[in-house]
Ligand binder design. Sequence first.
Ligand SMILES: *Cc1c(COP(=O)(O)O)cnc(C)c1O
Length: 324
Amino acid sequence: MNIADPLTIPSFEDVLAARRRIAGAAHRTPVLTSRTADEATDATLFFKAENLQRAGAFKFRGAFNAIAALDDETRKRGVIAFSSGNHAQAIAYAAALQGVAATIVMPSDAPAMKAAATKGYGAEVVLYDRYTEDRETISRRLADETGGTLIPPFDHREVIAGQGTAVLELLEEVPELDIVVTPLGGGGLLAGSALVASALSPATSVIGVEPEAGNDGQQSFEKGEIVTIAVPKSIADGALTPALGHRNFPIIRQKVERIVTASDAQLVSTLRFFAERMKIVVEPTGCLAAAAILENVLDCRGKRVGIVLSGGNVDPKALAGFLA
Ligand SMILES: *Cc1c(COP(=O)(O)O)cnc(C)c1O
């Protein structure tokens, strides 16, 4: 098993460094509230709206931080990323803003809007078949050929640290949260959030929510080692990871209280709630944490709960289908 070098596992100080690097580049996204949601759950909910982040998801934070941390010589050779979408867009956009060339390896079935947006930011896009080809092998070959730096979507110190800045802002703006809930794919967002909560607000419990179709995180958490599953099929296309990252898992195991799941039906009903009642577009993956609360997977009665809405990139046609 590939075990992460402990030196490359981020600390809370890395999150503070990330905050300095991304200041002025990433949006400080708003924290939204809803009386309807509070009444329905008998809790006080604070939604950190990363669907309104640049490039439409929290991934911009980790991407910008990882590129900003590279030295000048390395930046000249460009960056490479593989991703089911939002990391790709984030790397493409963050690279363009910093004058760095980007090549993105994307599954051929990624939402059309995500591939188009990635190209629109000026990145080169290389497509592969999600179910038969290995994106890491393709990406590493590209890195060997070009000398470019591969920036993985979650298993990376600067990426995890960057993702942690969202909950850093949330905890500073809304103190004394009992619970912070985030979506979970490979664990960049959850690990970064847990680092921050344990440093700033140790009494706050951190909970991750992954798609019911692919509960590798929950299995790993319970077994105490990383469990790998077949690529899950779910409308939560940003969380279709077969396994947690090697740098993410130790943090999650130590600092996260629980991992729960949400079904596709629960995600659709949550997405509809955001559109109809709060007038915001949240993509299915971005609804994971909120679905666990609004659909009563987690009982939060009487609690103050921070919920990360992780992204808002959903194809307009798919969105119309979910709302119909
Ligand atoms: C990537 C992504 C996730 C999962 O994040 P990880 O860091 O891989 O756990 C959740 N929501 C959205 C919108 C994403 O793009």
